[in-house]
Write a protein that binds this ligand. Structure first.
Ligand code: ADP
Ligand code: MG
Length: 578
């Protein structure tokens, strides 16, 4: 009977009042608790790497802001089946008693979200996301020990109340020792430590490449200690906080900013809050505005904000300031790649800063390493010789991106280039490491997991230009190498036959073999010298245009075809013997 009634109820349908009983509010923490994958906390290996990424990027950001040379230690302990304890220790500025709870136990809280500044973190969900994951997989709190330059260090246990998105601090106790920095220790279940391309070790190796000023130590579950030594003793310049550019702002942004402004007039609010808005711009602005600019910014209405935005679009502003961007720098990338992949050829290109839609300044750095240990080791070929395949190292504000490869603007840009034009016939299997770092005050990630960059037109364009530039240089290098190899082979061949030819000619002409041999040698030398001259001319043209490269490539293809035909013929005559 009861069942029947339920079915009937189903058929009746609920009234608005009945449905209203189910109406509830949720906190952002509850939302992310249900959607941990949005934070990149999904998959056993990926989760572990993401946790380390969150802690390490926080340590690097904090050290950079405080102008401290980072010393970071990551320890991973295996506690059981898919059960690990992670400890990350840094020598940064530390956290205060007031902020530590929110920093590690409240989502969407932090020192970065509201500032337009080139930092690794930007959403305020990394550290607290980890605290929550630890809590829901093990039921345990996250421990922290932190010390600042003032007062005594202290330890505390932090949990998060997902219903309220509020932190809870327990066992706070002051420590009787000297310590500046932060140590975070948390336990996680359902994660796995392996040594793969997407694992913590590779993540930290890449972090070291893009942060040559940081010393990073990894203690693996086996107890093995790996140290990525710093190759540079200079702290990078502190990133500068920037203001939004008027061309990129939307009505809603303008109203929100105005609401929290502590200025008293709309005119001074605009001048204070935006990049490139000075007296001249305000004068221009006043021409198209129907209200008094002395008005209180907190009273700014939607229509008025719309008027401002419309007028902003008519004014020719100077492009956004880009001096707040701090690239790694050509020399540093060179040094880093040199020490890590020890390549035969290395080239780094830093593009000028540019701006993508929304008025956000960004800049691209590309490094290309060829030969040596460049590329990633792939399976051995039939003869058992290990092969190398192309390796793309993606970075956003110096933080490595290891996941969502296909969906990332960097990968798309690399794939969009016709590498054959740059002398790379089999690009996928070339011994190449391509380093790409995108820096910006706001990285347009495709999701909160922060693993892929969205393909904004301006970003794609800059990426392609930088890649083509390095491509051109590598083309010159590969060409030069090929010519050297050819020359070497030719020289060997000439000398090999010179003796035999000299003998035969001496028989025919009656002249001494020695004389003939000497003559032949000088002919060979002259020939090679002429080639050298040609080579020099080629090298001088290292800055080739696209068309020239195209031509060069066609020429090379024709030459290779001829060569192989010749070889075939030779093989035929000599019966295949070399
Ligand atoms: N190791 C650390 N040293 C100093 N401050 C930290 C550290 N880790 C986290 N924080 C603070 O906690 C805040 C929240 O961190 P997080 O949740 O990762 O968000 P985000 O890095 O995006 O701001 C940071 O903005 C920073 O102020
Ligand atoms: Mg962070």
């Amino acid at each position: 009977m009861a069942e029947e009634k339920t079915i009937q109820e189903h058929e009746i349908g609920l009234s608005a009042e009945d449905i209203a009983k189910e109406f509830k509010e949720h906190s952002v923490a509850e939302f992310f608790k249900k959607n941990m994958q949005m934070l990149g906390l999904t998959g056993k290996i990926k989760t572990l790497t993401t946790i380390i990424h969150e802690y390490v990027t926080n340590s690097l950001d904090a050290c950079e802001e405080a102008k401290i040379l980072p010393d970071i230690e990551v320890q991973i302990k295996e506690l059981g089946e898919e059960y690990y304890e992670i400890t990350v220790k840094d020598n940064g500025p530390g956290l205060t008693k007031e902020t530590v709870g929110k920093a590690l136990g409240k989502l969407l809280a932090g020192t970065k979200f509201h500032r337009m500044m080139q930092m690794r973190g930007q959403q305020g969900i990394g550290a607290a996301g980890c605290t929550m994951l630890s809590q829901i997989t093990t039921g345990k709190a996250t421990s922290v020990i932190t010390g600042t330059s003032k007062g005594k260090p202290f330890s505390a246990e932090i949990t998060i109340d997902p219903k309220k998105n509020e932190p809870k601090l327990d066992n706070i106790s002051e420590l009787d020792k000297e310590f500046h920095g932060t140590i975070i220790r948390a336990k996680f279940k359902g994660v796995k430590y392996v040594n793969s391309e997407q694992a913590p070790m590779e993540y930290l190796r890449r972090t070291a490449v893009a942060n040559p000023h940081a010393q990073i130590t990894l203690i693996e579950p086996s107890g093995q200690k790996i140290i990525f030594k710093r190759t540079l003793k200079e702290v990078p310049a502190r990133p500068v906080e920037m203001k939004p550019h008027p061309r990129g702002v939307a009505i809603d942004d303008l109203i929100t900013l105005a609401k929290y402004s502590d200025t008293r007039k709309v005119s001074s609010f605009l001048k204070n809050s935006f990049d490139r808005v000075g007296d001249k711009a305000l004068e221009e602005l006043a021409k198209g505005i129907s209200f008094d600019m002395n008005k209180d910014p907190r009273q700014l209405g939607w229509d008025e904000a719309e008027e401002i935005i419309k007028q902003f679009k008519k004014i020719t502003f100077i492009a956004p300031r880009t001096d707040g961007l701090i690239p790694v720098g050509e020399e540093r990338i060179q040094k880093s790649l040199q020490s890590i992949v020890n390549p035969e050829f290395l080239n780094v290109v830093t593009r000028k800063p540019s701006v993508y839609s929304g008025g956000f300044p960004f800049q691209i750095e590309v490094g290309i390493a060829y030969g040596g240990d460049a590329g990633r080791v792939a399976e051995a070929n039939e003869e058992g010789v290990s092969q190398r395949k192309i390796e793309i190292m993606r970075f956003a504000n110096r933080a490595p991106l290891l996941f969502d490869t296909g969906g990332c603007a960097i990968t798309k840009a690399v794939q969009s280039i016709d590498w054959k034009r740059y002398g790379m016939k089999d690009f996928e299997n070339a011994p190449l490491t391509i380093f790409v770092n995108l820096i910006s005050v706001h990285i347009p990630y495709t999701s909160a997991g922060k693993q892929a960059i969205s393909d904004e037109d301006e970003i794609m364009e800059e990426l392609r230009l930088a890649l083509m530039d390095t491509g051109r240089r590598i083309y010159t290098f590969i060409g030069r190498q090929r010519r050297l190899a050819e020359k070497e082979a030719k020289r060997k061949m000439f000398y090999k036959y010179a003796t035999e030819v000299a003998y035969a000619v001496s028989e025919l002409t009656g002249k001494t073999k020695k004389d003939i041999e000497q003559k032949l040698h000088s002919i060979v030398l002259k020939h090679l010298k002429l080639e050298e001259q040609k080579e020099k001319e080629m090298d001088q043209k290292s800055e080739m245009s696209e068309e020239e490269i195209e031509k060069e490539y066609e020429k090379r293809k024709a030459r290779e075809k001829k060569d192989s035909e010749k070889k075939q013929k030779k093989k035929g005559i000599s019966g295949g013997d070399e």
